[in-house]
Design a protein around this ligand. Structure first.
Ligand code: SF4
Ligand code: SF4
Ligand code: FES
Length: 232
């Protein structure tokens, strides 16, 4: 198998790793680091698909490696593991996620409460349309797979990207949040929802089966409606 070594100007290095039953891509990378080359850098935490830190490019496609079995991805004996696309490479399989999370902040991805702890609990009906829209995107684990798979991010480094806008749409549908107009304004610019070409790579690759494309379509409708009303 081949593993990316070094920074942006690095190269692939060959390793022989024994094939085991139920082996994941993360198991293979861990085997290399523990038994063949302790200087290999990579990132993981939970190993159960919750933290979002283990995403890498596996045979050309972004994936969460702790939940990707070798049997799903290996063609013959050929396995290539590289860092995520569209992000600066720090070393080996570790990318710098700062711009990814900075864009969450630019898309106003933080909850803005409208009540204090002295107020009663908010009651949100599970069947309400807003709650259903928020539910559709809330399980995002911030893995960056969608961001790495998006060609618009490759062409336009300013583009906020699918995860940040999925987060913005989730909060816009949170009836307890008080920053709707500010958030719509943040995602309405040239680097926002109208730059999406709707080619669905983000939705096809998301390991949590979230559809950032649908969230971005919601933002397109909401920003247009807000602009017509003079709210943004
Ligand atoms: S649907 Fe939009 S955000 Fe998703 S990959 Fe395509 S261009 Fe990027
Ligand atoms: S939307 Fe999906 S692919 Fe994108 S960061 Fe969230 S969990 Fe990962
Ligand atoms: S190690 Fe946490 S999602 Fe893979």
């Amino acid at each position: 198998m081949r593993v990316w070594r070094g920074g942006e100007g690095g190269a692939f290095e060959h390793f022989d790793v024994p094939r085991l039953a139920s082996q994941t891509v993360l198991d293979v990378v861990t085997h290399i680091q523990r038994h063949l080359d302790p200087t290999l850098s990579y990132r993981f935490a939970c190993r159960v698909g919750m933290c979002g830190s283990c995403a890498m490019t596996v045979n050309g496609r972004a994936r969460w490696t702790c939940r990707t079995h070798i049997s799903e991805v290996v063609a013959g004996d050929d396995l290539e593991v590289a860092p995520l696309r569209n992000l600066p490479v720090i070393k080996d399989l570790v990318t710098d996620m700062r711009e990814f999370f900075d864009k969450w902040a630019k898309a106003r991805g933080q909850f803005h409460p409208t009540t204090t702890r002295k107020d009663d609990f908010a009651r949100v009906t599970p069947e309400s349309p807003e709650r259903r829209q928020a539910d559709a995107g809330i399980e995002c684990i911030g893995c960056g797979v969608c961001y790495s798979s998006c060609d618009v991010v490759s062409w336009n480094p300013e583009y906020l990207g699918p995860a940040a806008m999925n987060r913005a749409w989730t909060l816009i549908n949170d009836v307890r949040d008080g920053a709707r107009a500010e958030r719509l304004g943040a995602v309405a610019g040239d680097a926002g929802c109208h730059a999406c070409h709707t080619h669905m790579s983000c939705t096809e690759q998301c390991p949590k089966k979230i559809s950032p494309t649908a969230a971005i379509a919601g933002l397109k409708r909401a920003t247009l409606a807000a602009a017509l009303k003079g709210e943004i």
